[in-house]
Design a protein around this ligand. Structure first.
Ligand code: AMP
Length: 216
């Protein structure tokens, strides 16, 4: 199974993706996580990418396509995966289709999580991430048991630079301009499925499960 999760920043994509990959045994390919990991390891790619990420800009298509290509198609060809946060531009989508075509395969489904801007802004300014394992919390809706500390690993929680208000606005604008055209791109391929992302986490997850079980 080859899936792609789409939706504006803060739509809950990442959290849903983590549960889907567990339940369906898929490799979780999150370009955001890959960039952050590379940055933590102080690799030149990660340091370069963070310059863009910090301001809420997209990392260049060239760097992004290359990091995905290496992860999915070099050394070991990944057969079952879920893409989260890639592609974000038409150029990236076309590059992905070409890479899949070489392997004589294609995406099975694109799940689009739909959430309004107002709901997203409210969710994102309260989001906190673990500096060690990357788990995410919300100061109001999903607080950790002990303030500022990750329940899963005890790591320190922090607010990602790109979760600050101005950066979120910027990312929403970029999403509309660069990423939304992908919705038409995948709709034209007949593999786009919409899910209402304003419901609770469990309700959204159930909708995704139903969708996968009905269509795949
Ligand atoms: P995410 O964790 O998916 O929200 O990604 C965090 C940041 O990483 C984004 O705001 C971008 O700056 C960068 N990024 C992640 N994926 C991509 C992509 N496919 N293309 C360009 N930049 C990306």
């Amino acid at each position: 199974m080859k899936l792609l999760m789409m939706g504006p920043p803060g739509a809950g994509k990442g959290t849903q993706a983590k549960k889907i990959v567990e339940d369906y045994h898929l490799a979780n390919i999150s370009t955001g996580d890959m960039f952050r990991e590379s940055y933590r390891k102080k690799e030149s790619l990660g340091l370069l990418a963070m310059e863009f990420i910090r301001d809420g800009h997209l990392v260049s298509d060239e760097i992004t396509i290359e990091i995905v290509r290496r992860r999915l198609f070099v050394n070991h060809v990944e057969k079952n995966f879920l893409l989260d946060g890639f592609p974000r531009t038409i150029t990236q989508a076309e590059a992905l289709d070409e890479m899949l075509e070489v392997e004589q395969t294609k995406l099975d489904a694109v799940i689009q999580i739909v959430v309004s801007d107002a709901v997203i802004l409210n969710r994102m300014v309260g989001r906190r991430s673990c500096s060690i394992c990357g788990a995410t919390y919300h100061v109001d809706y999903k607080p950790p048991q002990k303030e500022g500390v990750c329940d899963a690993c005890g790591g320190v929680l922090y607010q990602r630079e790109d979760d600050k208000h101005e950066s979120v606005r910027n990312r929403l604008d970029i999403y509309k301009e660069k990423t939304k055209p992908l919705i038409d791109y995948y709709d034209a391929q007949g593999i786009l499925y919409e899910v209402n992302g304003e419901k609770s986490f469990d309700a959204v997850y159930r909708d995704i499960q139903t969708l996968l079980e009905t269509h795949l």
